[in-house]
Structures are given as C-alpha cells and as structure tokens.
Design a protein. Structure first.
Length: 211
C-alpha cells in the first residue's frame, strides 16, 4: 500500500494544529510505503498564464522560460506523486475560510482533463481517480460545524468536493479539529481528543496494510 501525505502547513507543530495532526498521523502509521509531499517545500509556481504559455510553446517547438520550465516540472511531479499513491492524506488548516494557496496550487496542478477527470461525448464530467482513496485531516480555530457557520467553511468542503465529487476518490476518513482558538479554556482537551482520532485513523490504516 502506497500512502501519499500532502502536508499543507509550514508552521511548526508547536504552533499549528494541522501540523501536529500530520506528525501524529505519521507517528502511528506502520506497514505502508509512505511519502510526504510538502507543498510549502516544493517549488510550485502559481497556476496561471505561465502554464498556458508553456503548453503553447511546446506545441510550437519554442524555447521555454525558466518559470515555464519550473511550472511544467512542478505540475508533473504533483501528478506523478498522486498517480503512485493508493491513499492520499491531506493535512491542512482553514486559513481565511479556505485552504492555503500552496495546497490550492497542488489541486490546480492535478485537476487536469484526461488525468483526474474527463468529458464524455455529451459534455458531462467523468471521474478518473475512482481507484484511489483520500483522508482529510484539517484544523480550524473557529467553530464552523454549526448550521449558521457551515456555509462559510470552504476548506474541508472544497477538498471533499474536488477529491470526491470531481476526481471520484473515496473519502475514507475525515478528522476535523475545530474551536481551539474560539474556546481557549477548552483548547487542550479539543486538540487532544482530535489527535486521538487522527492516531486511530492511522492505526486502522496500518491494520489493513498488514493483513
């Protein structure tokens, strides 16, 4: 079993709950081939016109600029990492109601027609990554699970909509730690209970792997 862990927080675990979730998951994972893709450590130019310029130049046989070469290489590396994995774990925070820009860039790289989805003869999207599974590990300092706040939560919801809805991955587990900033008097308990759930997810995955 090949597990890819996409780490999307460059703050230390002592300061960032989603970084601690990442560490806890790895500490409790055994019996699998695990690789980390740290989106903050990778050279990942933002998705935009540079990429489309590169595609055009390749078709025309023209020389690429440095940033065009870099973005093509980064996009291919992300796709290769995803292709090699059976299970992809995403560890990320909610920042300003959504995911970190670096994680969004990773998604932009792999959300490619013909790779993660395609269009059929009727123009309908067809999922192409139905053989893969995903695990969501996310932290948010506020409380967004209430009916009033849930519509504003565009981090975990976005990831599930893309991974499950567009790509066709099975979301096999999700752990969300929330409210530790909003309720500082309960923060220690909230985080500890959440990390126990993260550890359980990793141990369950390990148990499956060694069968």
């Amino acid at each position: 079993m090949n597990v890819l862990v996409v780490k999307a927080n460059n703050r230390p675990a002592s300061e960032a709950v989603s970084s601690k979730m990442y560490e806890t998951f790895l500490e409790n994972l055994e019996g699998v081939n695990v690789t980390t893709f740290d989106v903050f450590a990778e050279d990942m130019p933002y998705f935009g016109q540079d990429l489309f310029n590169a595609f055009g130049k390749i078709s025309a046989g023209e020389e690429l600029t440095d940033v065009e070469q870099r973005i093509l290489a980064a996009k291919q590396k992300a796709k290769d990492a995803l292709s090699s994995a059976d299970i992809i774990v995403f560890a990320f925070p909610l920042w300003n109601l959504t995911i970190p820009a670096k994680l969004h860039t990773f998604i932009d790289y792999v959300a490619e027609a013909g790779f993660s989805f395609k269009y059929d003869e009727n123009g309908q999207a067809v999922q192409l990554l139905t053989d893969k599974k995903a695990i969501i590990l996310s932290a948010r300092g506020g409380v967004y699970s209430t009916p009033e706040a849930a519509p504003m939560e565009m981090a975990a919801n976005y990831m599930k909509n893309v991974l499950g809805g567009v790509f066709g991955m099975e979301i096999m587990d999700e752990v969300v730690i929330e409210g530790h900033n909003a309720m500082p008097d309960q923060a220690e308990r909230i985080v500890a209970e959440g990390l126990e759930k993260v550890a359980a997810v990793a141990k369950n995955l390990s148990a499956v792997a060694v069968k």
